[in-house]
Write a protein that binds this ligand. Structure first.
Ligand code: DC
Length: 219
């Protein structure tokens, strides 16, 4: 079973994906890490963010073991990620890795921005997770403050809006809900309630799949 989870920054999609991976015993890939690592590697190398070939080369040479989780989670890493993610050559360089992960025996859960639309358009279940900008900014702000970053809530709201706009408006694989995705708005939902909703959608999809694969009984 392949579960594709897409959505906006700080919508809760990663937390939902991890909970579902534990529930269904499926391997999970946070595809945003690939773009974050590419962005961080490009910053470290002093790469030109306009040089698509250089950025794609960095993406192709990525070894995720070279990165500390903390350095991938800073707001600078997120902004660099959003910039490299808008480069088609970078997306192409990271595509096969994601498809191979999705294609492993037994299936997988991937979360990102284009999983249900580009990476796994035939996923068994697609979820789109979103929440209001204010609620997402408050969540992300609290996370960053806890890590010692100093950023105001207003700056966070501005950053989120800039990143949402860049992710939504890029030409290649823009962030968007697949037409057949189940929508989860976490603005007023606890994480437990959001996971329950996702589980209900997945279990219904599984039941439908099993029913469709059963031979029809003769009347
Ligand atoms: O989910 P995240 O914040 O870790 O993602 C970091 C950036 O990477 C985000 O701005 C959008 C981009 N991204 C993408 O374009 N496609 C994906 N499948 C995952 C992330």
């Amino acid at each position: 079973m392949i579960i594709a989870i897409d959505g906006t920054l700080a919508s809760g999609k990663g937390t939902i994906a991890r909970a579902l991976a534990a529930r269904y015993g499926l391997p999970h890939m946070d595809t945003g890490r690939l773009y974050r690592a590419t962005g961080v590697a490009a910053l470290k190398a002093g790469a030109d963010f306009e040089d698509a070939a250089a950025l794609a080369g960095i993406a192709r040479a990525l070894d995720l073991n070279d990165f500390e989780e903390a350095e991938l989670r800073t707001s600078d890493a997120g902004q660099a990620a959003s910039k490299v993610a808008a480069v088609p050559e970078v997306r192409a360089a990271l595509l096969e890795l994601q498809r191979a992960f999705a294609g492993q025996d037994g299936g997988a859960i991937l979360d990102g921005r284009d999983i249900g639309t580009v990476i796994c358009p035939d996923a068994d279940v697609k979820l789109w997770v979103d929440a209001s900008v204010e609620v997402r900014a408050r969540r992300r702000h609290a996370e960053l403050m806890a890590k010692g970053e100093t950023i105001t809530l207003d700056e966070m709201i501005d950053q989120l809006k800039t990143r949402d706009a860049r992710d939504r408006n890029r030409e290649d694989a823009p962030m968007q809900a697949a037409s057949d995705a189940h929508l989860i708005d976490t603005t007023d939902l606890t994480i437990d309630a959001a996971v329950e909703y996702a589980r209900a959608a997945i279990d219904a999809a599984l039941a439908e799949k099993h029913a469709a694969s059963r031979p029809e009984t003769q009347a």
